[in-house]
Each structure stands twice: as structure tokens, then as C-alpha cells.
Design a protein around this ligand. Structure first.
Ligand SMILES: NC(=O)C1=CN([C@@H]2O[C@H](COP(=O)(O)OP(=O)(O)OC[C@H]3O[C@@H](n4cnc5c(N)ncnc54)[C@H](O)[C@@H]3O)[C@@H](O)[C@H]2O)C=CC1
Ligand SMILES: Nc1nc(O)c(N)c(N[C@@H]2O[C@H](COP(=O)(O)O)[C@@H](O)[C@H]2O)n1
Length: 269
């Protein structure tokens, strides 16, 4: 029996001002998708116990909250290491909701080989989710034919995004402007960015704050300990080299969900 979550109407009302406008209420077309940054963290800012380790942080109430967010966004975006670690379904499991978000996987360097048994395809075949769009820096001629075919069969695809090679890692990187342009071209009007650590830390670069419309963070009352995947963006300094805070939320509100608390805010001025 597939999991069925419920999210109470009073909690819907609390979240609504933080969410993308419903399509029918949108007065003018947007030039880029509405971006919600959302993840679950421990008290020591960890997303998971270690890279590659799936770690449950959200309790039942905040988990249902995340799935409600999935009903309210056109797309849900994760990095390739999250897919490799978690084999996520990336679908919406709120009882009675017919909406499914489009999974977007950032895999600039083609590290993931999609397989028929992956959960994201399984839920798709069961009519309980959509197939992923994989954003890659690879040329069409370099895409593995079997992966292209598997994606095509389920309604997914690779999308080529302009990339630059990172001097530090030698790997291809995207700018967030290009990622959002690729989603806009697919008529995806909103996206929730779920993780993991590298994806969130790259989006929290001050150059991209103007692209983030809403931040919704679940904080679980637990310390995971050192060695976890941590949300901590690259440091910024003033002209004398003195460290400055990278970002601070405004319009902040806190909402308890069971043992967890959900923090809402914005980086927009
Ligand atoms: N608690 C939570 O809410 C969540 C937890 N997680 C956890 O996070 C962990 C995975 O996180 P990470 O290891 O940090 O990996 P990640 O999921 O952030 O993916 C890293 C990959 O994304 C690529 N990447 C990041 N920014 C990019 C950019 N701007 N352009 C192109 N490629 C980019 C990197 O090159 C790397 O290959 C897993 O253990 C997973 O369970 C993941 C999502 C949510
Ligand atoms: N909100 C939230 N709470 C946690 O405790 C988590 N571990 C995550 N992880 C994210 O959710 C994805 C799993 O999705 P499915 O349940 O398989 O659909 C996982 O890949 C992370 O992105 N999120």
C-alpha cells in the first residue's frame, strides 16, 4: 500500500504566504521560476550522517509539510549525489493530491546511470510520480543510449545546460541563472530545491540570493555529529579580509510540527 500523508488545513494557511502563487492567481507570466529553498537539518546543520548515507530527520508532521510543498511546486530539484545516496522517489504522497512535481536532477558530469528499478521510475510506472529531467553539461553525442531510452520511455529526458569547468575540481558547473533558464524553457513555473549540501551551498552564494523567493527549513531536535553533509556556504569577507555573515533571513516565522520546528523566511530585501 503506497504511503498516504495528510496535511491539516490550518497548517496549509500558515504556509500559503511562503509559496508560489497558484497558476490561476498569477497576474503576469514570470521571467524565471519561483524558487523555494527547503531542506531538513539537524542542530549541527547536517543534512545527513555522512555523504551517501540516507538519514531521516523529519518527523511525521514536518514530512507531511515537505510533501505539501511538493503539491505546490512544478518541480523538485536535487543534486546527483542525493540521488546516488537516497534512491529517492521525489513524488508527492499527500492523500487526495493529483499533482506531481517534475524531478530535476543536477548531473553536470553524468555520474548517475539511471536504472529501471530506481524508485523514481517505479513511482512513475505506478502513476504516482513523474520521470526526471536530468540537467547535464554533456554533449548529446556523449549521452548513454540506454539511459536516453529509459528516460524517454518514462517521459523524462536529458537537458543540456551551459557549463564551465571548475578550476578547483575540474568538474563541470552550472550557474543558477542557467539552471533556472532551463526550467523556464520547460514551462516549470516553480521549483523547490531540496539538496543536498553542495547544491544548497552553491545556491546560497550571495550572487544568487536574488533568485531565492522563499526559504523553508525543517529543524530536527538532534545532533548528528561531525562528518555529516553540512549546510555552510562558502565564506565571504570584506575588502580587508574580515569574515562577514553570508546571509540572514528576514520576514521570519517559526512553526512547530511535532518535535520539529519549521523556519520560514526570505533572503529578498
Ligand atoms: N535532509 C535533507 O533535507 C536532505 C538531505 N540530503 C542528503 O544530502 C546528501 C547529499 O549531499 P551532497 O553530497 O552535498 O551532494 P548533492 O546532492 O548536493 O550533489 C552534489 C553534486 O551536485 C553537483 N553540483 C552542486 N552544485 C552544482 C552546480 N552549481 N552546477 C553543477 N553541479 C553542481 C556537484 O558537482 C556534485 O556532483 C545525501 O546524504 C542526502 O541524503 C539531500 C537532500 C535533502
Ligand atoms: N524533508 C526531508 N526530511 C528528511 O529527513 C530527509 N531525509 C529529506 N530528504 C530529502 O527527501 C528525499 C527523499 O524523498 P522520497 O521520500 O524518497 O520521495 C531525499 O532524497 C532528500 O532530497 N527531506
Amino acid at each position: 500500500m503506497p504511503e498516504q500523508l495528510t496535511f491539516p488545513a490550518e497548517s496549509v494557511a500558515v504556509l500559503e504566504p511562503r509559496l508560489p502563487p497558484k497558476l490561476e492567481l498569477q497576474d503576469a507570466p514570470r521571467s524565471r521560476p519561483f524558487v523555494t529553498l527547503t531542506f531538513a537539518t539537524s542542530l549541527d546543520s547536517s543534512l545527513s550522517l555522512a555523504p551517501g548515507v540516507r538519514t531521516r530527520l523529519s518527523g511525521p508532521g514536518s514530512k507531511a509539510m515537505t510533501h505539501y510543498l511538493r503539491t505546490r511546486h512544478a518541480a523538485i530539484l536535487v543534486g546527483v549525489s542525493t540521488v546516488l545516496a537516497d534512491d529517492p522517489a521525489l513524488n508527492c504522497r499527500i492523500a487526495g493530491s493529483s499533482h506531481q512535481p517534475r524531478p530535476i536532477i543536477i548531473d553536470a558530469n553524468l555520474r548517475w546511470t539511471p536504472r529501471r528499478s530506481d524508485k523514481v521510475f517505479e513511482v512513475c510506472r505506478n502513476g504516482a510520480g513523474l520521470a526526471p529531467f536530468i540537467l547535464t553539461g554533456a554533449d548529446a553525442s556523449d549521452l548513454p543510449a540506454a539511459s536516453v531510452e529509459l528516460l524517454h520511455e518514462h517521459g523524462g529526458k536529458y537537458i543540456r545546460v551551459p557549463s564551465a569547468r571548475s578550476e578547483a575540481t575540474g568538474r563541470l558547473r552550472f550557474s543558477w541563472d542557467d539552471i533556472l533558464s532551463a526550467l523556464q524553457a520547460e514551462h516549470l513555473t516553480s521549483v523547490m530545491v531540496e539538496g543536498g549540501g553542495q547544491i544548497i551551498n552553491s545556491l546560497l552564494d550571495p550572487a544568487y540570493h536574488k533568485l531565492i523567493d522563499s526559504v523553508i527549513v525543517t529543524i530536527a531536535p538532534t545532533w548528528l555529529g561531525q562528518g555529516g553533509v553540512v549546510v555552510s556556504p562558502e565564506r565571504v569577507t570584506d575588502s580587508a579580509g574580515v569574515p562577514l555573515p553570508v546571509a540572514r533571513l528576514s520576514q521570519v516565522s517559526w512553526h512547530p510540527f511535532g518535535d520539529d520546528v519549521v523556519l520560514c523566511g526570505t533572503l529578498r530585501v
